[in-house]
Design a protein around this ligand. Structure first.
Ligand code: CUA
Length: 332
């Protein structure tokens, strides 16, 4: 292939990569006032830094060029001892810059400080696990994992804790980061201006599968959110169909119950994600799109997909896999 074709292919691919339905996961595509304010602060600091760098680089280049020793000239260069005007200039200008940075930083901190609670605000408890995120909605009686579903244009107050090591909650399109610490509750708030799906990351190295500790923040319109809440509040109905019933028996009476909860069954384990409405979610195991093939791979050998996870060593046998899959797919 000629280099022109390669160039065309590469540029088309990079253009298409920007064409997903969801915004790229970056602080430069904001969907909230908080992220917007922080981006503005970043831009000011960045361009100030660029300005100072260019100024210093130009003065340095000038000094190097103009201060060169001329051929045949062996005299000492002119010695300067103290220049009050220069010293005042290079002291006052940095002080003014630092004071300005202080001022705009405090202004941004005030602008994004948590708003007073209002009617309609939502509280979500965020629990970091190695390696997935659990989300509890205490006022709604809902627990999910991997997907944080929120209504748009609503203040979401987050209470964050970890059950094991320090994680960090970060949704670049919506907010800054906050550490999620065992034994200490931190808080922050987020708000999405428009519906959409925004990827979140764990921003603090937390062990082997730190990289597979994603989550999705899914902002929905008010009606969509209400419908989602009603769906999530339904306990699981008893399985219908032979295969599903067989799967239900394996899941609820077997080893799964030690770690997972399914509302409406006798499963109340707390170590792993709540599975009540598993198939209504977009992500499984903290970083993989939830689909049949991934779920099957996970059940057959989770260690292959995500080495080091706590379910490693627990396998669903070939005879059982069809039934377990059939049952789990009813959990919508
Ligand atoms: Cu959790 Cu990195």
């Amino acid at each position: 292939m000629s280099w022109r074709k390669w160039l065309f292919l590469i540029s088309t691919a990079s253009l298409l990569a920007g064409c997903t339905a969801n915004p790229a996961t970056t602080i430069f595509h904001t969907n909230s006032m908080i992220a917007e304010q922080k981006l503005q602060l970043f831009n000011i600091l960045f361009w100030m830094g660029v300005g100072v760098f260019l100024l210093v680089a130009v003065l340095l280049a000038l000094a190097i060029i103009r201060g060169r020793r001329q051929p045949g000239d062996n005299s000492e260069p002119r010695q300067n001892h103290g220049n009050v005007r220069l010293e005042i200039i290079w002291t006052v200008i940095p002080i003014l810059l630092v004071v300005y940075i202080f001022f705009i930083t405090v202004r941004t901190m005030n602008a994004v400080a948590a708003p007073p609670r209002e009617d309609g605000d939502l509280t979500v408890r965020v629990i970091g696990h190695r390696w997935f995120w659990e989300f509890q909605y205490p006022d709604l009686g809902i627990t999910t994992a991997n997907d944080l579903v929120i209504p748009e244009d609503t203040n979401i107050h987050l209470e964050l804790v970890s059950v094991d090591v320090i994680h960090s909650f970060w949704v670049p399109n919506l907010s800054g980061k906050i550490d999620v610490v065992p034994g200490q509750q931190n808080s922050m708030w987020i708000r999405a201006d428009n519906p959409g799906t925004f990827m979140g990351h764990c921003g603090e190295y937390c062990g082997m599968q730190h990289a597979n500790m994603h989550f999705n923040v899914i902002a929905r319109s008010a009606d969509d959110f209400t419908a989602w809440v009603q769906g999530q509040q339904q306990p699981v109905a008893a399985a219908q169909g032979t295969l599903e019933e067989e799967g239900e028996q394996i899941v609820t009476a077997g080893v799964c119950a030690g770690c997972h909860t399914i509302q409406g069954t006798k499963m109340v384990g707390k170590t792993g994600p709540d599975l009540t409405h598993l198939y209504s979610r977009t992500i499984i195991a903290g970083g993989f799109p939830l689909d049949d093939a991934t779920l099957e791979q996970w059940l057959r050998n989770s260690d292959e997909l995500k080495p080091g996870n706590l379910m490693a060593g627990i396998r669903v046998s070939d005879q059982q896999i069809e039934a377990v899959m059939a049952y789990l797919k009813t959990l919508r």
